[in-house]
Design a protein around this ligand. Structure first.
Ligand code: JJ5
Length: 424
């Protein structure tokens, strides 16, 4: 049975009153009636078809760019491309729309809360010109929410009319709470989300920014693990990759690397006995093995209490160290010589600059976020779906995370490429 059509309508602050300054730069604009299908196969197509609003510059806009200030904030953990997004937003606001005052709020939502007293940076094109050469975020980041009223106060003090919030699901929930507080107070301020997750776990977004870079970096770690594994008799290379609930990075890196023998992800449970037996079989015949492990895999195998971090995310138990020790114990017990090399490249991967594919993507995300904000849209994030940039209601993306379907072609390819048993 098909799900009921989701509500894809985007809130508007009011009718578009001003001519877009982009009329001097380009010929082509997007009509508000242009829509992107949610379906990509005939089976998925509903009647009437469910659609997203198409992102892009509108001929007429809600805000007068010459009069307003804008703001940008980055929240949560590092992700390749954050600086590209900041740069793109600042360049598009400045050179595209002629916005004169752009505030960079520092250290996440903390820098946006009036009560915290953290001074924002006044961002100029000169300041952001080369920041995409560096990883990390120019603005700094932090985890956790702030009081919506405390943030509204700061926006009002500075005359900020459009706020761009770059961050994960918690950040976007915070952005939605902020739009609700603004609406309650009849304040015409737009909040536009730019969704960030290195796990690629957002429904209705084909691939989130930083993921292409993360897969590329992850394959380097897998190459190192393969060299280490081959360099010892019964050598085992174990690499822990990002993926708290969704194993996309691990699966794609496995396919890109092609030397991986075991790919372990949160979506596909395994038993320790089944895995160790398959690993032993592999070592007895080939005398080396490479394991790509998502951080959220096999959590049920480890005992211990669950705690949460400042963002409200469950703190994962360390499956990497657990498996390393379990493997060592197993082979010791069997009287088999084995050498394990454990690599955890997560912080290296998160902090590298974006590759070319992600840089191009981040440029477009920033531009579309600015077009959406200037048009008076709010409570939305920029998405990418069916080859088009889209406007996605925040509520639609924070409800459910995207995960690998073990029946999908992606997972079937992983089984084929690794040769690992279908059930372990
Ligand atoms: O409850 C969740 C949840 C729901 C959807 N916890 C973590 C991640 C999650 N998602 C995926 C997601 C990740 C990042 C962003 Cl920005 C968004 Cl909107 C959704």
């Amino acid at each position: 049975m098909q799900d009921a059509s989701p509500n894809t309508q985007i809130p508007l602050l009011g009718s578009a009153r001003f001519q877009s300054p982009l009329l001097n730069q380009r010929d082509v604009f997007v009509e508000d009636s242009s829509r992107v299908l949610l379906a990509s196969t005939l089976d998925e197509l509903q009647d009437p078809p469910a659609t997203f609003e198409l992102a892009g510059p509108r001929r007429a806009i809600f805000f007068n760019p010459a009069e307003i200030a804008c703001g940008i904030v980055t929240c949560g953990g590092l992700c390749p491309g954050l600086n590209d997004v900041i740069r793109s937003v600042v360049m598009t606001l400045s050179y595209g729309y002629g916005v004169k005052r752009i505030y960079g709020f520092r250290y996440g939502y903390a820098g946006l809360a009036a009560s915290q007293g953290i001074e924002p940076l006044l961002l100029t094109p000169e300041m952001v010109r080369d920041i995409h050469d560096d990883g990390g975020t120019l603005l700094g980041s932090s985890r956790g929410p702030q009081e919506p009223a405390d943030m509204v106060l700061r926006l009002e003090q500075l005359g900020v009319k459009v706020l761009f919030a770059v961050g994960g699901d918690g950040t976007l929930r915070g952005a939605l709470a902020l739009t609700q507080e603004l609406k309650r107070r009849n304040l015409e301020i737009s909040v536009i989300g730019i969704p960030k997750t290195i796990d690629n776990d957002i429904e209705w977004i084909e691939r989130s920014f930083g993921v292409a870079t993360a897969v590329e970096e992850a394959t380097r770690a897998l190459e190192a693990a393969h060299a280490e594994a081959r360099g010892a008799y019964n050598g085992i290379g174990l690499v822990k990759l990002m993926g708290r609930h969704s194993g996309f990075i691990t699966a794609h890196a496995t396919l890109a690397n092609a030397d991986v023998n075991f790919c372990l992800v949160p979506e596909v449970p395994f038993t320790l006995e089944g895995f160790l037996a398959a690993l032993e079989k592999r070592l007895r015949s080939r005398h080396h093995a490479v394991i790509a492990l998502a951080e959220g895999a096999g959590q049920d195998l480890i005992e211990g209490e669950l705690t949460t971090d400042a963002s409200g995310n469950v703190k994962l138990k360390d499956i990497g160290l657990f498996l390393k020790e379990a493997i060592a114990r197993h082979f010791e017990h069997k009287g088999l010589e084995a050498t394990i090399k454990y690599i955890d490249p997560s912080y290296i991967i998160r902090s590298v600059p974006a590759n070319a594919v992600d840089s191009e993507y981040c440029l477009a995300l920033g531009q579309h976020a600015v077009h959406a904000g200037m048009s008076g849209r709010t409570g939305m994030m920029v998405g990418y779906w069916n080859q088009h940039f889209t406007h996605v209601p925040i509520a639609m993306a924070t409800q459910k995370r995207k995960q690998i379907d073990p029946q999908s072609e992606l997972w079937q390819q992983v089984l084929g490429a690794t040769g690992q048993p279908r059930g372990m």
